[in-house]
Write a protein that binds this ligand. Structure first.
Ligand code: G6P
Ligand code: MG
Length: 952
């Protein structure tokens, strides 16, 4: 099996002193000798602060406030340098620190470039002495650089010399100043030394070089999603991919200063408003990131000339989005370094922070910065909000808006402060975007930092959203860096439970972390009235509506790692159950039917008509809202799975069983008696290339399961609480006759399967449809439905996504190997893997892993992993693919690890893709935290508690 060859780093930049050689010790000895001569106390501890900093800065630190004339300074520095040079005179390869040569060799043979970036003016001599110049592609030292660390210049220069973008470089450093410089450059920061020295600033800390391997460095890169160069054509893709959030809101990664053609969006859960065609949609909320910079009259934007060293990175570990670039405004001698970072806090979901720093590297600049809460926004052209009230003064601004039809209110407040430099701040009460205006004059070497704190509340949170936003914004601002610290520890806590560690395959590792991050920010930790939309809160696609994507694809991740959130998401189905009742009623059936697309009320909100992608003047009838019925059983399945894993009896008793029973009533009414059997006709199964089909196996199998589970659960409820069971019977009109009918339907519902070879027929007549000659379409760039047309696809045996195969996965232990094999063989060849549904690849990966087809499993897995990170389907711009992300987690945990839960115990049957050396994850089983740690070597299956062996 070929492992993924995708890598996220192209160069490793090494600091020299204290990293490759212990000349850091010589620097100390030299300073110490000087200090002793001058009678200045100087200890090893004092020396810690001198690590990595320039000669002059070192002297100033050593002087601790004592003053010298410039001539004395020069003389002292020269003297120290003399002592230092005496010591390095004899430097040889014997002075290389242990591990240096093996690591350099490893990097070289992996084809990555190597640079040395040292503040020392003696670096070249030391390198010559060490005899390792042949290993390096570039050496940048203190002679070539004006600004010392923690300025990023040394490392950025090294990246230039290597011709590698900063975002694809890692730095290995022993000094805090160096780690800060690496961070400032937007590079991966690898620290050598004690943890305490770096205060959490590094991406990875190891004690010394001998414990560092290239694989540690590249694995550390899997916490960052990096945009290493600015490509205007791909902005909308990155906006989705780098979406930030906290489960209360999601914000696309548009730039603070905006960019032509971008699609700014902040989606707040539950903020619905009516919309034509799609009934209702999540409303785009005011842009809290808004901040514009003008320098000597020139407005900064990514379109401006003179931009270099661009890098943007989303740190999945902390949820912070960082951007760095250098700007040289045209026809000026000004050089500025701009840094932007922002975060919505996971600890306080109502709080966000934006931090912008402008460093004047050269020239002098008149800065004019405006920050605002920008309510001039729309939902792809549709205006939902009007401003009720706005205020701004020199510190605080707020805006209160209301949705046009649903009359929900949202308030945002912001607080702006500046530091590092004198500024004049004034109000900027522009209509619809209140905020502040900041003026400052920066000379060379000066910097300005702007901190913007924003809070947001809606009328769903409180009757007084404006008051809540205003009072909290002052508080959050007064607490200063608390917002950062609390956010970091909230994420830490989350990752302790939710991280999935894959060693040996960085692409898979990054993909699963990105998926887990995106899933987490899509889910409210407290709100039972919202769910997760197909595109999460990351874009306008599907308008914030929830599909079966949530219950079948996304929910398992939460059930196993964040059961409390999973419960909320199922409670959403309960709180919208009235809508489900109306959906059944509207089609003349009893019971309740979940909407194919669900929003605020649970009523069906699938648009019945949409514009034809081939001809926008034509409309196409969209049928899932009418006949894609399986979602009703899918939700029952999700409830059951939640209960199996959590044993939350209270939920099952009060909400789960009532929902499962009332939806069973719907199925009993919907199933059509036909002589000696029952049919369910005129439906759409998971494979939506075929509509108006009869007896879809997936649907019928789930209906049968649903009815039998309903009976089982009704008995369980009766034992738990007979009064409640009886009341429910009465309410739903259930009696022995009804239960007998459920059994009868379950017994005699058509399941189309060839008894000889165990092949299911996806629906009646599927096998009679035309075959596609696949070789004709090998190099296509669009879906088979677009190529063949809706009718054409319908007439062929071509699947948009797994239908029978997902059924096999969901009920995996009920099928024998022959059933797996025949159905896999048949359907896998007839599926539109590349441009059909994004829901497919992860499920195919799971199924293939289940069958031990590891090459195929890995191929499908990578296709799922690349859905958003490489935008291989070309539609990430509309938002990330939530179901694919949830499916990715299932492919890892259910597929490759083979995790199964049964009767309160679990088992694994690992079958890891060849490149994976190790797979580790955690989950909760009945409230107890479990750890699964699997290695590539054939190890015996692990089993919890006292159950024997694995289930397979
Ligand atoms: C490196 C060392 C520092 C030293 C600096 C300048 O960064 O870690 O301790 O002060 O280089 O070195 P130089 O040899 O030019 O004085
Ligand atoms: Mg150093």
């Amino acid at each position: 099996m070929q492992g993924s060859t995708k890598r996220f780093l192209d160069a490793i930049i090494f600091d020299l002193d204290g990293v490759l050689t212990d000349t850091a010790e010589y620097h100390f000895q030299a300073w110490k000798r000087l200090a002793d001569e001058e009678g200045i106390p100087f200890t090893r501890e004092d020396n810690e602060h001198l690590r990595g900093v320039s000669r002059r800065e070192s002297l100033l630190l050593l002087l601790k406030g004592r003053t010298l004339t410039e001539d004395q300074m020069v003389e002292w520095m020269d003297r120290k340098n003399g002592y230092y040079r005496e010591m390095i005179h004899n430097v040889s390869s014997a002075d290389l620190l242990p591990g240096a040569i093996p690591l350099l060799n490893e990097i070289r043979s992996a084809g990555l470039k190597i640079a040395i970036a040292s503040a020392s003016r003696n670096a070249q001599d030391v390198m010559n002495g060490l005899g390792i110049m042949d290993y390096v592609d570039a050496l940048i030292d203190g002679n070539q650089i004006a600004r010392a660390k923690p300025a990023p210049d040394l490392f950025v220069e090294a990246a230039h010399a290597l011709d590698i973008p900063p975002g694809r470089c890692a730095v290995v450093e022993d000094a805090l100043a160096g780690i800060e410089a690496a961070n400032a450059a937007g590079m991966l920061a690898i620290a050598l030394g004690p943890e305490e020295r770096f205060g959490g600033a590094a991406n990875l800390v190891v004690p010394d070089l001998s414990s560092l391997h290239l694989s540690n460095i590249t694995h550390a890169a899997t916490w960052r999603v990096v945009e290493d160069h600015f490509d205007p054509e791909r902005q909308r893709t990155y906006e989705s991919m780098l979406t930030q959030g906290n489960g209360y809101l999601g914000t696309r990664a548009t730039f603070e200063e905006r960019n032509p053609g971008d699609q700014q969006a902040t989606m707040v859960h539950g903020l619905w408003d009516d919309a034509p065609i799609v009934f209702t949609e999540l409303v785009n909320s005011p842009d809290w990131t808004d901040l514009a910079i003008t320098v000597n009259g020139q407005r900064f934007s990514m379109q401006a000339a003179g931009i270099s060293d661009y890098v943007r990175a989303l740190d999945l570990r902390t949820g912070v989005l960082f951007r760095r670039l250098r700007w040289q405004p045209k026809e000026s001698d000004i050089v500025l370094d701009l840094y932007f970072s922002r975060l919505p806090s996971l600890a306080d979901p109502h709080a966000m922070a934006v931090n912008v720093r402008v460093d004047c590297v050269r020239g002098s600049a008149d800065l004019n910065i405006t920050t605002s809460l920008n309510a001039h926004i729309d939902n792809t052209g549709l205006l939902h909000l009007h401003v009720i009230e706005q205020v701004s003064d020199a510190e605080i601004a707020f805006v209160l808006v209301e949705t046009r039809t649903s009359q929900k209110r949202l308030a945002m407040a912001m607080h702006t402060t500046t530091s590092d430099h004198e500024t004049v701040i004034s109000e900027n009460d522009c209509p619809g975007c209140p905020g502040q205006r900041i003026r400052a004059h920066l000379n060379q070497g000066e910097a300005l930092t702007v901190d913007k704190i924003v809070t947001v509340y809606t009328s769903r949170d409180t009757d007084q959203p404006l008051q809540a936003a205003r009072s909290s914004v002052r508080q959050v601002a007064a607490e200063g860096s608390t917002i950062l610290l609390a956010n970091t520890s909230a994420w830490e806590e989350f990752w302790r439970d939710a991280d999935v560690i894959i060693e040996g395959d960085d692409e898979s590792q990054l993909a699963i972390r990105h998926a887990v991050y995106q899933l987490r920010i899509a889910a409210s930790s407290t709100d039972e009235y919202v769910s997760i939309a197909a595109k999460t809160l990351s874009g306008f696609g599907y308008r914030g509506h929830a599909f079966w994507d949530t219950d079948i694809f996304i929910l398992p991740f939460f059930i196993f790692t964040q059961p409390r959130i999973a419960r909320n998401m199922l409670m959403y189905r309960w709180h919208t159950f009235e809508g489900a009742r109306r959906n059944a009623q509207q089609q003349g059936f009893r019971g309740a039917r979940f909407a194919w697309e669900s929003a605020e009320t649970g009523d069906e909100v699938t648009p019945p008509w949409v514009a034809d992608p081939k001809d926008p003047h034509k409309l196409i009838r969209i049928w899932p809202g009418d006949i894609e019925l399986h979602i009703t059983a899918d939700v029952a399945y999700a409830i059951w799975q939640y209960w199996q894993v959590t044993s939350d009896d209270e939920f099952m008793r009060d909400y789960g069983v009532p929902m499962i029973l009332e939806t069973a009533v719907y199925w009993a009414d919907r199933a059509e008696p036909e002589g000696d059997h029952y049919s369910i006709r005129d439906v759409i199964g998971p494979d939506e290339y075929h509509d108006h089909v009869d007896n879809n196996v997936y649907t019928n199998w789930l209906v049968r399961w649903h009815l039998l589970k309903a009976l089982e659960l009704r008995d369980w409820l009766y034992q738990q609480d007979s009064e409640k069971a009886k009341a429910l019977d009465k309410q739903l009109g259930l009696d022995e006759e009804a239960f007998a009918q459920w059994v009868d339907i379950a017994d005699r519902l058509v399941i189309l399967q060839d008894p000889q070879i165990a092949l299911f027929e996806q629906f009646e007549g599927f096998f009679k449809r035309k075959e596609v000659n696949w070789p004709d379409y090998e190099n296509r760039t669009k879906s088979m439905q677009l190529i063949l047309g809706i009718e054409g696809a319908n007439e062929h045996q071509v699947l948009k996504q797994p239908d029978v195969i997902i059924l096999l996965c969901l009920f995996r232990d009920q099928f024998d190997p022959q059933t797996w094999q025949s159905n896999w063989d048949y359907y896998i060849l007839r599926t539109d893997h590349s441009y059909g549904s994004s829901l497919g690849p992860a499920i195919h990966a799971w199924a293939a892993a289940e069958m031990g087809l590891l090459d195929a499993a890995y191929e499908h897995f990578l296709r799922a992993a690349r859905t958003d990170l490489m935008d291989i389907r070309g539609n990430t711009a509309e938002g990330v693919h939530g179901a694919s992300m949830g499916g990715l987690w299932q492919a890892v945990v259910f597929g490759f690890a083979g995790l199964r839960v049964k009767d309160g115990t679990y088992s694994t049957s690992p079958r890891l893709p060849a490149p994976w050396k190790r797979l580790t994850f955690h989950f909760y089983l009945r409230g107890e935290r479990q750890t699964v740690d699997l290695h590539q070597e054939p190890v015996p299956s692990t089993t919890s508690n006292n159950t024997a062996g694995s289930t397979r």
